[in-house]
Design a protein around this ligand. Structure first.
Ligand SMILES: *[C@@H]1O[C@H](CO)[C@@H](O)[C@H](O)[C@H]1NC(C)=O
Ligand SMILES: *[C@@H]1O[C@H](CO)[C@@H](O)[C@H](O)[C@H]1NC(C)=O
Ligand SMILES: *[C@@H]1O[C@H](CO)[C@@H](O)[C@H](O)[C@H]1NC(C)=O
Ligand SMILES: *[C@@H]1O[C@H](CO)[C@@H](O)[C@H](O)[C@H]1NC(C)=O
Ligand SMILES: *[C@@H]1O[C@H](CO)[C@@H](O)[C@H](O)[C@H]1NC(C)=O
Ligand SMILES: *[C@@H]1O[C@H](CO)[C@@H](O)[C@H](O)[C@H]1NC(C)=O
Ligand SMILES: *[C@@H]1O[C@H](CO)[C@@H](O)[C@H](O)[C@H]1NC(C)=O
Ligand SMILES: *[C@@H]1O[C@H](CO)[C@@H](O)[C@H](O)[C@H]1NC(C)=O
Length: 432
């Protein structure tokens, strides 16, 4: 039995290798170019980036978008974003383009830039909220004026090889595709205009491209057993074990120790799991018709504040969440009928910021769930989540045979038959 389970998990692991997230099967970031006008030597386009991922946002220092021009195009100017390098514009006299590189690299502007450099939905330092958490903040846009390009929808050549860092690796972008032109409503909503030409690029995320190890782990405890099942050892890789700092180290009082690095290199507290994030799920109380769970997220990175954090949990009883005490909660129903996944996130201005490691580096909440008498059980690890994601990355769970178990309950087959069926469904969907 255990062998079968291992094989299934192995298959699930590899079927997920191709940017497929079973809990958000249509999640993607779409980059849309709307050509708004033709110019003597090219066009002006509005580039809009929409994050359609339910629970994966782009954190500070934000996105970086790149592409390769199909011909000898140049960027005369940009509003609401900028390229990181100008490149060689030596053959231009008089008007010097904003960027002459064959493969420009674009970043967002920071909040507070002068009004004449702003564009609607720009200038957020490249931060994009997830669709599930805040659709209004899940969009970023800027305007480009392209020269030495085609000047009609027959002669324009679409840019190629789009790349997206969000802010690290993990995204893969498909080719640009011509789509029906976008319609725009005037502000009084009485007139409709349309883009002269529109193309879309879709980028999807794969955790396996992003990093070698998970970036979070899960630990468990329960009221019915004193055992605390801690995170697996080296869950997030132990290569940097010699660079971690002990929580009582004098180093931590040095000024500037918390300052984030340009490359975002973490400074981790020494733990046996070496994860920047730990999620703890405690089965706290049992009532006649309800049960109560306490969820705590702890930050072990001294150099990172997590803004707009999200926690996704898959558990069969999430179809009956009665109350979530100090997080916001939203059910995610990726397959329409299976309501077993939900997203927790911080309440605005209360705990939407998960502070750097230390005394304030944690957020917690309690969840009250109504029992479905047919399926509810404390046996065989049923009360623990099947999958946990922090900020869109899947966290490593303890091995099923270490879950706290009910005194006198059989130890074998803790993961249960339904999980096997579930895994098979995922494998089938993954291959399909
Ligand atoms: C991208 O996401 C949107 C919204 O979920 C979805 O409608 C669309 O089909 C997705 N596109 C692709 C190519 O998966
Ligand atoms: C193109 O992208 C926009 C979002 O920017 C989306 O609303 C639209 O449905 C996409 N079109 C196609 C055909 O995928
Ligand atoms: C280009 O424009 C013509 C009309 O000006 C239109 O009929 C055609 O569908 C457009 N082609 C594309 C690819 O947008
Ligand atoms: C785009 O990328 C592909 C594969 O990475 C490469 O073969 C091709 O030369 C690139 N095209 C351009 C125009 O850079
Ligand atoms: C986290 O936020 C607090 C309060 O805003 C700030 O004092 C601290 O320097 C920040 N830490 C990091 C690592 O950015
Ligand atoms: C999913 O469960 C939540 C309660 O956790 C409920 O509010 C929501 O209506 C359910 N959605 C569907 C589609 O069943
Ligand atoms: C919640 O549980 C109750 C009791 O088992 C059940 O009647 C109800 O249908 C459940 N709600 C959902 C959304 O499944
Ligand atoms: C609590 O669970 C652990 C396994 O996770 C088990 O070894 C231990 O015997 C359990 N305690 C009791 C009192 O059953």
């Amino acid at each position: 039995m255990r062998f079968v389970i291992s094989v299934i998990f192995f298959l699930v692991f590899f079927s997920c290798g191709d940017a497929y997230d079973p809990l958000d099967p249509t999640g993607n970031i779409t980059i849309k170019w709307d050509v708004m006008s033709w110019t003597p030597d090219g066009y002006v386009a509005v580039v809009t980036m929409n994050n359609f991922q339910m629970y994966r946002h782009i954190m500070s220092p934000g996105w970086t978008l790149g592409w390769t021009w199909a011909k000898k195009e140049v960027l005369w100017s940009m509003v609401g974003a900028q390229t990181t390098e100008q490149g060689d514009c030596s053959k231009f006299k008089g008007n010097i383009p904003h960027c002459c590189k064959k493969n420009p690299t674009v970043v967002d502007l920071l909040p507070g830039v002068p009004y004449n450099q702003q564009f609607q939905n720009c200038c957020k330092g490249g931060v994009l909220a997830s669709w599930g958490q805040d659709p209004a903040s899940s969009v970023s846009a800027f305007q480009v004026s392209v020269g030495l390009a085609g000047t009609s929808n027959k002669t324009v050549k679409l840019p190629k090889n789009f790349t997206l860092l969000g802010p690290g690796p993990g995204y893969t972008c498909g080719p640009a595709k011509i789509v029906p032109p976008t319609n725009f409503l005037t502000t009084d909503r009485r007139r409709k205009t349309q883009a002269l030409m529109t193309w879309n690029v879709t980028c999807t995320y794969s955790q396996f491209l992003a990093r070698k190890h998970p970036s979070c782990c899960v630990s468990f405890s329960s009221f019915y057993n004193d055992t605390i099942t801690s995170c697996p050892s080296c869950a997030c890789g132990c290569e940097n074990k010699n660079k971690c700092v002990k929580s009582d180290s004098k180093l931590l009082s040095v000024v500037g120790v918390n300052t984030p690095r340009k490359d975002n290199a973490p400074l981790l507290q020494c733990t046996h799991h070496m994860c920047p994030i730990r999620v703890h799920w405690h089965v706290k109380q049992n009532y006649k018709e309800y049960w109560r769970v306490k969820v705590a997220i702890t930050n072990f990175n001294y150099r990172m504040n997590y803004t707009l954090w999200t926690l996704v949990v898959q558990h069969p009883n999430l179809n009956n969440v009665t109350q979530v005490f100090s997080f916001d909660y939203k059910p995610l129903v990726p397959y329409g009928s299976i309501n077993d996944t939900g997203m927790f996130y911080g309440m605005k201005f209360y705990n939407d910021l998960l502070m750097e490691a230390g005394p304030f580096g944690n957020v917690q909440s309690e969840v009250l769930l109504q029992k479905d008498q047919n399926t509810f059980s404390f046996k065989q690890g049923w009360a623990f989540p099947r999958k946990v994601y922090f900020n869109g990355d899947e966290c490593m769970l303890p091995s099923p045979d270490t879950y706290p178990f009910l005194p006198n309950s059989a130890r074998r087959n803790i993961f249960g038959f339904s999980t096997v069926i579930y895994s098979m469904i995922l494998v089938l969907i993954g291959f399909w």
